[in-house]
Structures are given as structure tokens and as C-alpha cells.
Design a protein around this ligand. Structure first.
Ligand SMILES: [Zn+2]
Length: 223
């Protein structure tokens, strides 16, 4: 085990390995390079409760459901889980999270309205914080630290245009790390001199999140 303490809570002993993204995001046979991080049983079980729900949301979007890992594979599991009595609540939840948004072309022409998911803020906050903590550990061996995590879905050109050239050059010059033929792809930028990081995470080549993790420095001894 690389760490004695759980990287998610920093309080309890790491007694298990957490898969990031969760195993249920991958159809069998699963890729051999899944990311695992040291976790306590409590954090592992707590995150695990939302795995299916978050996977179902992410794979129910027109841009992700065509991915080879989803089509004819994950979508069958997803549809089965919607059919179970317990899955009804997930399905109702999914339906209630759909809203209509106006779509525009790059030069501003109105393209009509289309359904989009008003992703459940709390569930996505929790999921992306887990992803960031796991990637910080995988990439830099950073263990539990207080973090402020902000995210945005599908960053636009405008979001990227406000970044410094240094960050832009970095993001566009580096190769993206990929697991399971595009099931999950990510790139991380560490802001020099600070323990802050910026991440682009893509799932099923169809949904992308930009995540900023700022570490909160606390003074005094942490025991
Ligand atoms: Zn823990």
C-alpha cells in the first residue's frame, strides 16, 4: 500500500482500494490500467452509493451514449438498473434533472432547443472532488489535504481564453492520459509555486469537466 492513511479523509487507516473512475464505468473485460487509490472502508462505501447514479447520468447524454463502451454494453446495465424497483427513483431523478437549453452555433446562430442535464450539484461536487483527490495522489502522491473544488461542465472557448498562455500551452501540448479507449481521459496542470491544480476530465469522449482544486492552507498543527 502506498499510503497508510485514506487519501479521501486523512483520518482513518487505508484498508481498501478505491477505483477511480468507479469500476461500473467500464464494461468487462475491464482495462488493466484502472486507477486505484488507498481508501478506508467508510469512504469507499460512502462514494460507492452514488456510483451507479452518476454513471447513469453520464451515459444518458446524446454525446456519450454512442461511445463503444456505452453502446450495447454499459447502456444495458443502465437500462436494467432503471427497470429495478430501486432504479425507478434513479430514473425519475434523471428525468427531473433534464432541462431544455437553447443551443447556438459558434457564430451565434440559434440552433433550437435541446435537452440537457441539470446535473445534481451535490452528487457531481462529491464525485469530482473524489476524482481530483485520486488524481492528485496518482500523479503527485499528494495525500489528504483541505481542498476547495470548483467545476464547470463543458468548458467553452471563452473559458479557455481567460487562461494564461502558460496554462493554455501546457494543456494543448501535453498528451492526454486515457483509460479504456476514451472511457476516461484527463490532463492535469499544477500551478507553479502553489499547491493548486487545474484538470480537464472527459468521460466517454462525450462529456467534459474543467475542475479547479485549490488547497486551503491552514496554520497550526494538524493532528
Ligand atoms: Zn476515508
Amino acid at each position: 500500500m502506498d499510503s497508510k492513511l485514506c487519501i479521501y479523509c486523512g483520518l482513518r487507516e487505508a484498508t481498501t482500494k478505491d477505483h477511480v473512475p468507479p469500476k461500473s464505468f467500464f464494461a468487462k473485460p475491464r482495462p488493466s490500467n484502472l486507477i486505484t487509490v488507498p481508501s478506508c472502508d467508510e469512504c469507499n462505501a460512502n462514494y460507492g452509493k452514488d456510483d451507479e447514479r452518476i454513471r447513469n447520468i453520464i451515459t444518458s447524454i446524446d454525446t456519450t451514449e454512442v461511445h463503444p463502451m456505452v453502446k450495447g454494453k454499459i447502456d444495458q446495465k443502465r437500462n436494467r438498473s432503471f427497470g429495478r424497483p430501486k432504479g425507478r427513483s434513479n430514473f425519475d431523478h434523471l428525468i427531473s434533472s433534464i432541462k431544455m437549453i437553447n443551443r447556438y452555433s459558434a457564430n451565434g446562430d440559434y440552433l433550437g432547443s435541446a435537452p440537457a442535464f441539470n446535473l445534481d450539484q451535490i452528487i457531481v461536487d462529491k464525485f469530482l472532488e473524489r476524482m481530483v483527490r485520486a488524481l492528485l495522489f496518482k500523479e503527485k502522491k499528494i495525500e489528504y489535504t483541505k481542498l476547495d473544488v470548483k467545476w464547470k461542465m463543458s468548458p467553452t472557448e471563452k473559458d479557455l481564453s481567460v487562461m494564461t498562455n502558460e496554462i493554455k500551452n501546457f494543456l494543448f501540448s501535453r498528451s492526454v492520459k486515457e483509460i479504456g479507449n476514451g472511457t476516461f481521459a484527463y490532463i492535469g496542470y499544477f500551478i507553479e509555486g502553489k499547491s493548486n491544480s487545474l484538470w480537464l476530465m472527459n468521460f466517454y469522449e462525450g462529456i467534459e469537466f474543467m475542475v479547479l482544486a485549490e488547497s486551503i492552507i491552514t496554520h497550526g498543527n494538524h493532528s
